[in-house]
Write a protein that binds this ligand. Structure first.
Ligand SMILES: [Fe+2]
Length: 197
């Protein structure tokens, strides 16, 4: 017969598990901080604010893209498992390296880098990863779809920021686009020619 202490512990554990299951992520308490700090960067405040807003979307999407590549890396099965396991990890590595510079460009312009996992989930424009994907080539196609959207998101941000009059922040995206599109090429090269079109 379980003693009182064990029963209490079990009850407590159930309570914690129940609480965790009932908290949505991101939840109603997930907020984006839109505060802008004053600084000496010589752009009109309204331009800085609009540039920061565009950059926040790419920050959220980069974080989401990184975790989607990791999902593929962890869960791929079947033929060519090991090769694809490495390919997906390389995609994750390249995208992870983009998160920090985007976040810090936002703070350089006076914004708050809204880059927690919950904020990223709330603001990313990427499609949901198909989490029941199993086979290697299916993961390649699903990840390529997401990465294509991510690359387009970077290009759009660069174009729109250029239109706002912040050339350096627009140019900042050039290397990110080239690196992300290189990873897209690696993924698409695994697909049959018919699938690429
Ligand atoms: Fe790993």
């Amino acid at each position: 017969m379980p003693d009182k202490q064990t029963e209490d512990q079990q009850e407590k554990a159930q309570e914690v598990a129940h609480k965790a299951a009932s908290i949505p992520a991101p939840g109603p308490k997930t907020h984006v901080n839109k505060h802008m700090y004053k600084n000496r960067v010589s752009l009109p405040p309204e331009v800085k604010e609009q540039v920061v807003q565009k950059m926040q979307v790419t920050l959220a999407s980069a974080f989401d893209m990184y975790s989607q590549a990791k999902f593929a890396h962890w869960n791929v099965k079947g033929d060519n498992f090991y090769q694809l396991h490495l390919v997906f990890d390389h995609v994750a590595e390249v995208i992870e390296e983009q998160v920090d510079p985007i976040a810090e460009r936002i703070t350089q312009l006076g914004g708050v880098a809204n880059g927690t996992a919950r904020q990223a989930a709330a603001s990313s424009i990427l499609p949901e990863y198909k989490v029941d994907t199993v086979a290697g080539m299916e993961h390649v196609a699903v990840l390529a779809d997401a990465l294509g959207v991510y690359c387009a998101c970077l290009r759009n941000a660069s174009d729109e920021i250029d239109d706002l009059g912040d050339g350096p922040s627009s140019d900042f995206y050039n290397q990110l686009i080239i690196d992300a599109e290189e990873q897209l090429y690696f993924l698409e090269s695994h697909l049959e020619a018919g699938d690429v079109q």
